[in-house]
Design a protein around this ligand. Structure first.
Ligand code: GUN
Length: 287
């Protein structure tokens, strides 16, 4: 069994990005600039956005944090998005989700200029991804594909089961896994799938993206399978400084011994999602 080390891979990619930024600046170009819009004080969102800003600093990007309280109106947010769309100094931006219930996330996503949509959530980017055109790819699927490539995992002709059909992860990932460069045979499983255990146990590549801690048990995994754990549920913990720790969707201790490859949580997919946002911002800056 080999652990797929997302943390180390992300570090390598960050060093590659930092080199590229250095050479852009040496050529007299401005460094890429990413903005993050954060609404309210959700603990998870605060943490993720802080990481995104820190990542920018580490690779030499400029970053801007735009904050609003929970009671911000949709109109104010849409005005801000229009301003960010028009800001020539800014290459890309994200609006951290979830948003408060009175704001339509879909309306916000659709207001973002697709060329600056470094989350890859805009329908234009999703549509381009589906038909295999160059696009800004949703960060988590992008990170997973990059991990599989860098570990030279054989995907062609493999039976891939994606558990979860979210717009951000499961759905786009299922599309990417079936594309010509990857060539897997893909099944998308979800909460209404019949005999989920059997479906999962037939997977050569099992991708767990349902957001349910330790849902995937050993009896759902085929011997020698490649297991990618996208789960990042924050659970209370007395053992960490923050008072929280991350739990994956895979019962790691019982599943890992059966796998040929597995991603841990933390240190697997998470760091690759973060680095993919940087890759998208670099791509947007170069476009
Ligand atoms: N909330 C959870 N994951 C994400 C993400 O990748 N992007 C944004 N904007 N919000 C999120």
């Amino acid at each position: 069994m080999q652990i797929i080390d997302g943390k180390a891979t992300a570090k390598t990619i960050k060093a590659e990005i930092a080199e590229e930024v250095k050479s852009m600046v040496q050529q007299g170009k401005k460094p890429p600039h990413l903005a993050a819009v954060l609404v309210g004080h959700d603990g998870g969102s605060e943490t993720y956005v802080a990481y995104k800003i820190k990542d920018c600093e580490e690779v030499g990007f400029k970053s801007t944090l735009v904050r609003y309280e929970d009671d911000v109106t949709e109109e104010v947010l849409l005005d801000k998005i229009a301003e960010l769309n028009d800001d020539d100094d800014l290459d890309g931006f994200i609006v951290q989700l979830p948003l408060p219930g009175h704001i339509s996330e879909q309306k916000i996503i659709e207001a973002i200029d697709p060329g600056k949509d470094v989350d890859g959530f805009h329908p234009e980017n999703v549509g381009k991804t589906v038909i295999g055109l160059p696009s800004l790819l949703s960060a988590t699927p992008y990170g997973i594909i990059e991990l599989l490539k860098r570990y030279q995992v054989e995907t062609s002709g493999k039976n891939c089961v994606v558990v979860g059909r979210s717009n951000i992860v499961g759905r786009p990932l299922s599309i990417l896994m079936s594309q010509k460069s990857i060539n897997a045979t893909v099944t998308v499983a979800h909460s209404r799938t019949k005999d989920l255990k059997k479906v999962c146990a037939e997977a050569d590549i099992l991708i767990a993206a349902l957001g349910s801690p330790e849902f995937i048990k050993a009896d759902m995994v085929k011997d020698g399978a490649i297991v990618i754990d996208v789960g990042t549920t924050r659970v209370k913990s007395s053992e960490t400084k923050s008072g929280f720790r991350l739990k994956g969707d895979v019962a790691y201790d019982e599943v890992a011994p059966k796998c040929s490859y597995i991603t841990p949580v933390p240190g697997g997919v998470g760091p690759m999602t973060r680095v993919s946002l940087l890759l998208n911002t670099l791509k947007a800056a170069k476009a």
